[in-house]
Design a protein. Structure first.
Length: 312
């Protein structure tokens, strides 16, 4: 068989395998009620379910096992690069130890998929020419950097959510501290009360509480909290709490000052976005609304002018 006849089938098979992999990766788990019924029928499934809870779904477990080998080619060479990658993953909300390896493995997988799709398209349309090789390179580059762009987007969205929910959380934390609760108990209370409205911030506070319960020093926990979130205001809050804890000053007063400053900053951000709306409205007005208005207003006059010129 000719290469032109085999290549479309190979591309089709690769795309179908990749789509099947994504569907299994994003498929939801079995409901907890069904799992409990299965455990009642067969008690030996409890240990298996416990292991699966630790590893995730079958495809997720397979990806976790294959990630170290797939990501070996893209592994950072220095400890500084490794720590920076871990911080970036933590800023996006992925605190698992396997998150960097899975991220690099996903980048390599998307690179291969992009090379396959781009190369297949280029070979079918242009053949073994310079344009075909260009399509191969473009497809690989898009697949490689698509995962990076997704990480940047997730990180920015999460940081914005944490920033917008911090003033309310700090107000509630001030109330808890002034009511007689300690900082640890206040953080635990805040994470319980705002779990539905601010899950990202409450998740970080819950992790900080867990680290405190495990015996880590409060100074290290607060510092890691600021680094994990990636929000500058959270880092400033962590520094203020560390200083207040070090010198024995009032934590409630420090929290109140930080809450007021963050509320002012959030108000200024809303005003800035409101001022930008006038500029952003120019482009849809010029492209979509003004042409219609121009046709309605000038159209009849133009028709009358053309008829007058033709009659003469």
């Amino acid at each position: 068989m000719d290469l032109k006849q085999i290549l479309p089938w190979a591309i089709f098979g690769g795309v179908m395998c990749f789509v099947w992999f994504l569907i299994n990766l994003m498929s939801s788990r079995q409901s907890r009620a069904s799992e409990r019924l299965d455990e009642l029928r067969d008690p030996t499934l409890r240990d298996k379910d416990r292991d699966q809870d630790e590893k995730g779904t079958a495809v997720g477990a397979m990806l976790a096992k294959a990630a170290p080998k797939l990501s070996k080619a893209l592994q950072p060479k220095t400890d500084l690069e490794k720590s920076e990658l871990k911080v970036r993953m933590a800023n996006a909300g992925y605190n698992s130890p396997n998150a960097p390896s899975i991220f690099l493995a996903l980048k390599l997988t998307m690179l291969c998929a992009g090379l396959l799709l781009g190369g297949g398209f280029g070979m079918l349309k242009y053949g073994f020419t310079q344009n075909g090789l260009t399509s191969l390179v473009i497809g690989g580059g898009i697949g490689f950097y698509l995962v990076e762009l997704g990480l940047i987007y997730l990180k920015s969205v999460r940081k914005e959510k944490i920033f917008l929910s911090m003033p309310d959380a700090l107000d509630l934390l001030v109330v808890c501290v002034e009511a007689g609760l300690g900082l640890d108990a206040g953080m635990r209370r805040v994470s319980e009360e705002l779990e539905d409205t601010a899950p990202e911030l409450c998740g970080e506070l819950g992790m900080a509480n867990l680290q405190l319960q495990m015996g880590r020093p409060r100074r290290e926990v607060l510092h890691d909290l600021g680094v994990r979130t990636g929000v500058d205001d959270m880092r400033a809050l962590a520094a203020i709490l560390i200083q207040a804890d070090k010198f024995g000053s009032s934590i409630a007063q420090a929290l109140r000052v930080q809450s007021d400053s963050m509320r002012v900053k959030r108000k200024q951000l809303a005003e800035e976005r409101a001022q930008k709306t006038a500029v952003k409205m120019i482009f849809p007005l010029v492209l979509f609304i003004f042409p219609g208005i121009f046709v309605v207003l000038v159209g009849p006059a133009a028709i009358m002018l053309i008829n007058g010129l033709l009659s003469e």
